[in-house]
Design a binder for this molecule. Structure first.
Ligand code: ATP
Length: 218
């Protein structure tokens, strides 16, 4: 079933969220207090509106409570971000995602009931840094404060021809192999009997430190 989204704040982050949701076929209300920003999204979003999200009556008249998910993508004006999040949660929206400017902002957002707090600049910086120093790490995604997922190329010849059961990566390193990308690009779910070949990439899931260690092991 199609879900309805409202994105408040159409900076680079909020704007990109709107475009990608639309590309994946979702209905999106795009809102910003800046008329020029809204103008840019008139032909992109399902609906677009110039409005100050700090005004409770405006949020009510737009029927914000009827949206499945609201993304608060107001960056610099932390007060506006907090107040908007608080009102949207009080109006009963189930799923509210908010962009945080810093850790203090994030802590307040979590306290007032934001369902998911995102730090796009910090997370992208971490992801790029991991890739800069890694030899075999092809991609890296922090999925929580503790856990990450990575795609790691296997270059250690000792591993070729061994099954996941023989390698016992869960027992030895505390990581799970979710899937394997074979050299022809096909992706297979990983089972204990799955055998590793040259040029395979493993999709590894686990504690961030353990996943980073896989770069050396493979
Ligand atoms: P980005 O990095 O995503 O470009 P940013 O973190 O610098 O953005 P801002 O530019 O401060 O964030 O804010 C994003 C958008 O939110 C701006 O277009 C701004 O006009 C809008 N915005 C700020 N306050 C409000 C508000 N009270 N109501 C609606 N929109 C707002």
């Amino acid at each position: 079933m199609k879900k309805s989204f409202a994105v408040i704040g159409l900076g680079r982050f909020g704007g990109s969220v709107v475009k990608n949701l639309i590309d994946s076929g979702q209905e999106v209300l795009a809102m910003d207090s800046d008329e020029e920003r809204v103008h840019e999204f008139m032909n992109i979003a399902t609906h677009s509106v110039v409005a100050n999200a700090q005004d409770e009556n405006t949020l009510r008249s737009l029927g914000i409570r009827n949206f499945d998910t609201v993304v608060v993508a107001i960056g610099e004006d932390i007060q506006a971000s907090i107040l908007t999040t608080l009102m949207v949660k009080e109006m009963g929206v189930e799923n509210v995602w908010v962009k945080a400017q810093n850790d203090y902002h994030a802590r307040v957002l979590e306290k007032i009931g934001a369902d998911r707090v995102v730090h796009p600049e910090r997370d992208m910086g971490a992801r790029i840094a991991h890739r800069l120093v890694a030899r075999n790490l092809l991609d890296f995604l922090e999925i929580s404060d503790k856990f990450s997922m990575a795609e790691v190329r296997v270059t250690n010849t000792k591993l070729f021809g061994k099954s996941l059961e023989e390698l016992n990566l869960t027992g030895r390193y505390g990581v799970n192999i979710a899937a394997i990308r074979r050299s022809d690009g096909t992706v297979e779910l990983a089972f204990s009997g799955t055998v590793i070949s040259e040029n395979d990439n493993l999709l590894v899931l686990g504690d961030t430190k353990a996943v980073e260690l896989m770069d050396e092991t493979f």
